[in-house]
Design a protein around this ligand. Structure first.
Ligand code: MN
Length: 714
């Protein structure tokens, strides 16, 4: 078993001034916390955190990371370990690393489909505030993969798939290629054991066969470098198994058909020499033009830098070269970890280390490379806050702009779901539609056939998809209502002149009239009428000019009559963008100016105004409702029914009548019913101007002696 001192020795190599007590303390704490645990291999559990810490020391990570590596499973496995306890003993920096690791270990990856993987990776990045958490997590996964043999086969497969889908690409994003390659190869071994072992054998044989070929090339390149005064190290090796496997799968070819299995690497002192080496190699062999890539001028998003070239080497075999400096090589192997090492090396004192602001360092580093866009793309850490990641009930991950609502989520699943989204549950609890989703929440969308998009939704949706779909729907809906209203108005106007609108429609007369008004079809004409831009009578006059000539006077009279008939009813209500609409007030609820009202498009009778809380509202098709508003300046009287519960005493009806009249309201009818217990119920139908007027009347009635209750009826 690796001892605390073995780890300390490694750290002392690159950071001699470190406070090694931290490592000793973390080692002892972890050993105690895991004292009763055994790994599936039968070994003490402690082996695992020690191996993780040891690898972190080999990667030259900082003390906090190594201590966190030792402690990474204590919070989860030991019931006596708490965040408070850890932070008391080890401070906030180490504790927050352990906390972050515990949080990641709790993410359940239910689905491993390809397109999910990217979202999961992003979610991890979004949730992790400190990139060191990811580095430790990857090392943790390496050790778990190295000891996967002890798991049951189905667990092996699940863990390997998760590793391949999530952690290997994550390692790639962070540029830690040795971790990426080992994770990929180990995953393949458990996911495709037959293929893996076959490939392993073939690669070993190929290596043996190619030994001489490789050595010859190394010698040749080395000699030519020296000849040109360049000091460089040349090495040749076979590519890792998974990259070969992936190439075979992608191009659907056999192992034998892959020509670039061997890669050569030349390491030199500085950047300028890289290009010199390129010249030397191209002078030796003819390059394959499309295969040259300059990742020195344009680094990969994970900061990888190198020159890549393929040449047609000895025996016409393709040979691939990677040319880079020592420092670039460190970054290629260690990615973010290497960078950290360079920036945070042992030259810094302990105080500086404590002041280390990992994020700031990362950002500064990227600014050196003057491509902040790439940085945002590759290491999104906290800067990821512009996105929120939520789960569907089936475990799918959805990426949405931060501040998104359940409506956005619904539309991101399917337009149809968005169009009928009537509610949402977040982690099982109902939330309002304008709720702002948070990272990691499980969101279940509730739909209803009768639900439709609402203009109000536009105030809080964040995604352009939701916005566009809602707008589309609202527009379509307005058009449909206008057509319907236009049809109502026409039917009515035709009927008044004893004409049949339907016949005119069937015979094509309406279509012809539409053309005369430069409109495409009958529907457009109806829509224009519905919007009040054209009157039904204008259309009738166009269709039946003879009627206009013969019956001009009569028509005029009718027109005025119809105007007069409509005017009073129309009074008091304004409908957006529509002027010429017949309006009636519903008898069922007798709306008063000031009531919350809604218009209902009826067949043949224009628009009926209901109170919004009327029991008849929301019973029909909701698309027949439209928003209307009171025009309080134009007030006429409206009738309303009230019920009064009172004592059955002489002269009660008269007292009530006086109270109503004193408030300047007309009484249309009154009746009284008595009951056996000397109680009476009076019914009045009165005329009031608006809701405020009614309120005053009710107040006056309540002031009458013997009155218990005054209720408006509808
Ligand atoms: Mn672990």
């Amino acid at each position: 078993m690796i001892r605390a001192n073995d780890i300390i020795e490694k750290v002392a190599d690159y950071y001699p001034e470190a406070n090694f007590d931290t490592i000793r303390k973390a080692y002892a704490y972890s050993a105690y916390a895991h004292r009763n645990q055994v790994r599936l291999s039968g070994e003490p559990y402690m082996i695992h955190p020690i191996e993780v810490a040891n690898m972190l020391a080999e990667m030259k990570m900082d003390l906090a990371s190594i201590a966190a590596g030792l402690l990474h499973d204590t919070l989860e496995d030991d019931p006596l370990t708490s965040i408070e306890d850890l932070s008391l003993r080890f401070g906030d920096e180490i504790t927050s690393l352990v906390e972050g690791l515990t949080k990641i270990s709790k993410i359940k990856f239910k689905s491993s489909r390809e397109h999910q993987a990217e979202n999961y990776r992003k979610m991890i990045l979004a949730m992790v505030k400190d990139i060191r958490v990811l580095v430790i997590k990857l090392v943790d996964r390496i050790h778990n993969m190295r000891t996967l043999d002890f798991q049951k086969p189905e667990r092996q497969e699940a863990i390997a798939q998760e590793t391949l889908d999530i952690y290997a690409p994550l390692a790639n994003r962070l540029g830690i290629s040795w971790i990426k390659q080992e994770l990929e190869d180990k995953s393949l071994r458990y996911l495709q054991p037959t293929i893996y072992h076959e490939l392993e054998e073939k690669v070993a044989r190929k290596e043996l066969e190619s030994r001489e070929f490789i050595d010859n090339i190394i010698k040749l390149v080395q000699r030519n470098l020296e000849h040109n005064g360049i000091r460089g190290q040349v090495a040749g090796r076979l590519k890792h198994l998974y990259s070969i496997y992936r190439k075979m799968m992608r191009r659907n070819i056999s192992f034998e058909q892959i020509y670039d299995i061997i890669a050569f690497r030349v390491l030199v002192a500085d950047k300028a020499e890289c290009y010199n080496v390129l010249g030397v190699i191209h002078a030796l062999w003819r390059p394959v033009p499309s295969r040259f890539k300059d990742f020195i001028s344009i680094p990969k998003v994970n900061m990888y830098q190198s020159l890549h070239t393929s040449v047609i080497g000895p025996d016409g075999r393709h040979v691939e070269f990677q040319i880079r400096t020592q420092e670039m090589h460190q970054i290629a192997e260690m990615g973010i970890a290497a960078h950290w090492h360079y920036k945070e090396g042992y030259q810094l004192d302990d105080h500086d280390r404590k002041q280390m602001d990992w994020l700031r360092q990362m950002i500064e580093w990227q600014q050196d490379v003057n491509n902040p866009g790439d940085f945002l793309d590759s290491v999104k850490i906290d800067l990821f806050s512009e996105a929120v990641y939520v789960f569907t009930p089936t475990g799918e991950v959805k990426e949405l702009p931060s501040g998104s609502s359940p409506i956005d989520m619904a539309y991101s699943i399917h337009s149809n779901i968005g169009d009928h989204c009537s509610g949402a549950k977040v982690n099982g609890k109902l939330v309002p539609l304008r709720y702002q989703l948070k990272n990691g929440e499980m969101v279940e969308i509730v739909t209803s056939k009768r639900q439709h998009p609402n203009k109000d939704w536009l105030a809080f949706v964040k995604t352009s998809k939701a916005r566009n779909k809602i707008r589309q729907w609202v527009k379509k809906e307005e058009e449909r209502r206008s057509i319907e209203l236009g049809r109502e108005l026409c039917e009515k106007a035709f009927a008044r002149l004893k004409l049949s609108f339907n016949q005119a429609l069937k015979s094509g007369k309406i279509q012809a009239a539409a053309a005369e008004f430069s409109l495409n079809n009958a529907e457009s004409l109806l829509s224009v009428i519905g919007r009040g831009k054209l009157s039904a009578l204008q259309v009738i006059n166009r269709i039946y000019p003879e009627l206009r000539e013969q019956d001009k006077a009569k028509a005029k009279e009718k027109k005025e009559e119809s105007k007069a008939a409509r005017k009073p009813a129309r009074d008091g209500i304004s409908i957006k963008d529509i002027d010429d609409v017949m309006v009636r007030f519903a008898k069922c609820c007798n709306p008063l100016p000031g009531d919350d009202v809604v218009g209902f498009i009826t067949r043949g009778r224009g628009l009926t105004i209901h109170r919004r809380n009327c029991r008849h509202v929301n019973q029909g098709e909701s698309e027949r409702y439209m928003d209307v508003e009171w025009n309080l300046e134009r007030s006429t009287s409206h009738s309303v029914k009230i019920r009064i519960m009172c004592e059955d005493v002489k002269g009660m009806l008269a007292s009530l009548g006086t109270a109503i009249s004193s408030m300047e309201a007309n009484i249309a009818s009154a009746s009284l019913k008595t009951s056996i217990d000397h109680k009476a119920i009076c019914f009045f139908e009165i005329e009031v101007k608006d809701l405020g007027h009614l309120r005053k009347v009710k107040q006056a009635l309540r002031a009458v002696k013997g009155v218990y209750q005054v209720t408006r009826m509808s």
